[in-house]
Ligand binder design. Structure first.
Ligand code: SF4
Ligand code: SF4
Length: 206
């Protein structure tokens, strides 16, 4: 998997869910269908008066998720949205209406001037699939964005009892000193963490 292939997956899926946070740090999630990729940059449309646009102006942090019908294959993207520069707004809107002609029914004629285009140029991306065994997780950092490291890690406090191996549903812990979790195939379910007799397993991240 590459991040370009992840983007292709995101374009094939009819709609994406995108989450923002408001001034009170309350999360909001909404579906966006009108988006395209310019190279690796995701461009999307909303209207200036919508709560969505207001939230983006105040807090650009976004998380986007796309998954197939069975939710077995998922792409997640986290980054900061920015308003497309004024000089490029019109061209981006034109392109968006070409890709999604139905928009003409939503904003006919001059009413489309209320539209505003945003883009997410730099982001961390995660591909996650349940179609393999063990499951597979891959990470990409696009244009210098850094991802928040999270997941389980085994510390030097490990005494090598192998309890974690026996309770891991994906069998992704290998023997060693200390034992090691394979992040690329870990469900992050926490079963090893809960069963370690000496609390040698740590959660990294928030
Ligand atoms: S259960 Fe804890 S102590 Fe035992 S092998 Fe796993 S990490 Fe090490
Ligand atoms: S978090 Fe779950 S899947 Fe990952 S290593 Fe621990 S038990 Fe296995």
């Amino acid at each position: 998997m590459t991040h370009e292939k992840c983007l292709e997956k995101m374009m094939k899926i009819d709609s994406l869910e995108i989450a923002t946070v408001d001034e009170s740090a309350c999360p909001h999630v909404r579906v966006i269908s009108a988006r395209y990729f310019e190279g690796s940059t995701m461009v999307f449309l909303t209207a200036r008066g919508k709560a969505f646009a207001r939230q983006l102006e105040k807090n650009p942090n976004v998380a986007v998720i796309a998954f197939d019908e069975q939710a077995n294959d998922m792409v997640r993207l986290t980054g900061k949205a920015e308003r497309v520069p004024e000089a490029e707004q019109l061209a981006c809107r034109k392109r968006m209406y070409e890709v999604y002609p139905y928009l003409e029914n939503v904003y006919p004629g001059e009413t489309k001037e209320i539209d505003v285009m945003y883009r997410i140029p730099a982001y961390a991306m995660e591909y996650f699939t349940l179609k393999t065994h063990p499951i597979t997780r891959e990470f990409f950092e696009v244009r210098g964005a850094s991802r928040e490291k999270k997941g389980y890690r085994i510390s030097d406090a490990c005494i090598g009892c192998a309890t974690c191996q026996s309770v891991c549903p994906q069998q992704v812990i290998t023997e060693g000193s200390p034992f090691v979790i394979d992040e690329a195939h870990c469900l992050q379910c926490g079963n090893c963490f809960e069963n370690c007799p000496v609390q040698a397993i740590e959660w990294l991240g928030e």
